[in-house]
Design a protein around this ligand. Sequence first.
Ligand SMILES: [Zn+2]
Ligand SMILES: [Zn+2]
Ligand SMILES: [Zn+2]
Length: 198
Amino acid sequence: MVLDPKGNTGAQQGRRAFVVRGLGVLAGLVVAGTSSAAANAAQDDPARATRLRAVDDEWRFCERCYGMIHVYFGLGVGRCPGASNGHSVAGYQFRLPYDVPETATAQANWRYCERCLGLFYFGYPGGGWCPAGGSHLAKGYNYVLPHDVVETPTSQAYWRFCTKCYALFYWGYPTKGSCPAGGGHEAAGYNFVIPHYS
Ligand SMILES: [Zn+2]
Ligand SMILES: [Zn+2]
Ligand SMILES: [Zn+2]
């Protein structure tokens, strides 16, 4: 884990978000067009427009609870089980695929919790243990996380499912963060390998 604050400024995040969303809008316009060469190109490669908007790059590691946290709605907020004043993000800017097919090496049903801002697995009944109290509350996209594939310079391994709170957390340190269910998180299942900007 490189705790490099690069890419952590509001201006940079805003610009990146604008670029990503701008591409999505352009792709939509191209697909909607009827006569341009660009429209023909898009029809030749219909998956391209989907790929452009099928990644959410607003995710970061929280150095207090070790969870994966969505930062679009503001830093220092949310309910962090490791601190009373919210999550504190560091390191890579992750890019989570969503609304793509589940495969033998990619698991669906990972969701954003609008109460704690964390990523959690929604595939079991109950919804886990939210640091804001009760269960996590799913909202937004259906994220599909790669697992058990080779780590590369633009992806990070050792992200795991916590059996106690259902959150995704980083398992690569000797300590295991702060679980809202008490103590550190407890890993089980797949070894997730999460794409990020270099
Ligand atoms: Zn946190
Ligand atoms: Zn939650
Ligand atoms: Zn946990």
